[in-house]
Design a protein around this ligand. Structure first.
Ligand SMILES: *Cc1c(COP(=O)(O)O)cnc(C)c1O
Length: 346
């Protein structure tokens, strides 16, 4: 991929803001370069704009270099940056399968970028590669792929994702792996050394159990990451988040134990729900949720709500008529949900 042709001209040309913490990186005895309050309360100094300590823990875990990692205020920040780095408002477009994660389209609209949604196969949610290829033109900058996909739950085979990287060498292919830790399909991070048009997104919000911390990850070539760093707010990840992330990354086994528990609960809930009368179909899931087709999603949604249980109603989403998206909860929560649905006559 020729980055000069894919990155927006104004981004290629810009001089990034250089903050006090960028210009001096050593250890000083007196810091009077950033107009901070000098009295130490643990938070009086600006945080590390490059989040090096967090990245140094993350890099070996993901098998990438520190310079290949961008950290943001949730992966939502990385999604928005993809538009701001690559897509010229009013001119460029992006292609994505439907249904998928809603933020790709919201950020497209905010950035005035045409969003071309291509329906997946209706029964299996398989990617329709030829249909997507037909939408790609000279102004297509980005192809969005979410694997495992939200809300359908399926992961795409690695060969298929690699097929996109080979077939669209002049587009940026973003693979959003928010749910990858729940899947048996391996992460696309192993392909980063081979494909310079790949961006892999991950997050601390799901398997890592830290949605409130707001920390998202983008991994790509160091050239792409350098553009992300030029465009982001200088101090986009706050100090509390960085400190907490270091704690979280020092206890990988805890995350793995919770993922195992959620996966075993997913199997149990799937089995239980398959015997429930109002349930018509449970889609196979590589994620921490089940997409469940019921007789009447709207009624079932309000029934569960009246009992204090909130599921995600996806009835109005393309190819998801009468579908509810149900996150795997604790064993007790899952049992409560099952008991409510079991007794529900719709
Ligand atoms: C939940 C989710 C995210 C996470 O976003 P954050 O901003 O990191 O919390 C990203 N992508 C998909 C597909 C998701 O479902």
């Amino acid at each position: 991929m020729n980055l000069q042709q894919v990155v927006r001209p104004n981004i290629l040309a810009m001089a990034p803001y250089s903050c006090a913490r960028d210009e001096f990186k050593g250890v000083a005895s007196i810091n009077v370069d950033a107009n901070e309050n000098p009295y130490n309360n643990g938070l009086n100094r600006y945080p590390d704009p490059r989040q090096l300590k967090v990245k140094e823990l993350l890099a070996p875990l993901k098998g990438v270099d520190v310079e290949q990692i961008f950290l943001g205020n949730g992966s939502d920040e990385a999604i928005d940056l993809v538009y701001r780095v690559f897509c010229q408002p009013g001119i460029d477009n992006v292609v994505a399968p439907a249904p998928t994660y809603g933020m790709y389209q919201v950020c497209a609209e905010v950035n005035d970028v045409e969003y071309r949604a291509v329906p997946m196969e209706a029964e299996t949610f398989a990617l329709q590669i030829e249909d997507m290829a037909a939408q790609v033109d000279d102004h297509t900058k980005v192809i969005w792929l979410c694997s495992p996909n939200n809300p359908s739950g399926n992961a795409y085979p690695q060969e298929q994702l690699e097929g996109f990287l080979q077939r669209f060498p002049n587009q940026v292919v973003v693979v959003d792996e928010a749910y990858i830790d729940f899947s048996e399909v391996p992460s696309m991070t192993s392909m980063l050394s081979k494909y310079d048009n790949l961006i892999v997104l991950q997050t601390f919000s799901k398997a890592w159990g830290h949605a409130a911390m707001r920390l998202g990850i983008a991994m790509a070539s160091k050239e792409i990451i350098a553009y992300f760093n030029n465009v982001k707010y200088p101090y986009n990840v706050n100090e509390l988040t960085q400190q907490e992330a270091i704690k979280v990354l020092n206890d990988v086994p805890k995350m793995k134990r919770q993922v195992e528990e959620i996966l075993s609960q997913r199997a149990i809930l799937c089995e239980l729900l398959s015997s429930v009368k109002c349930v018509e179909k449970i889609y196979p899931s590589d994620a921490n949720f089940l997409l469940v087709k019921v007789k009447d999603a709207v009624q079932t949604y309000f029934y569960l709500q009246s009992q204090g249980v909130i599921v995600r109603n996806r009835h109005k989403v393309q190819l998801c008529a009468n579908c509810l998206r149900i996150t795997i909860g604790t064993p007790e929560e899952n049992a409560t949900l099952y008991n409510l649905l079991k007794d529900y006559e719709a």
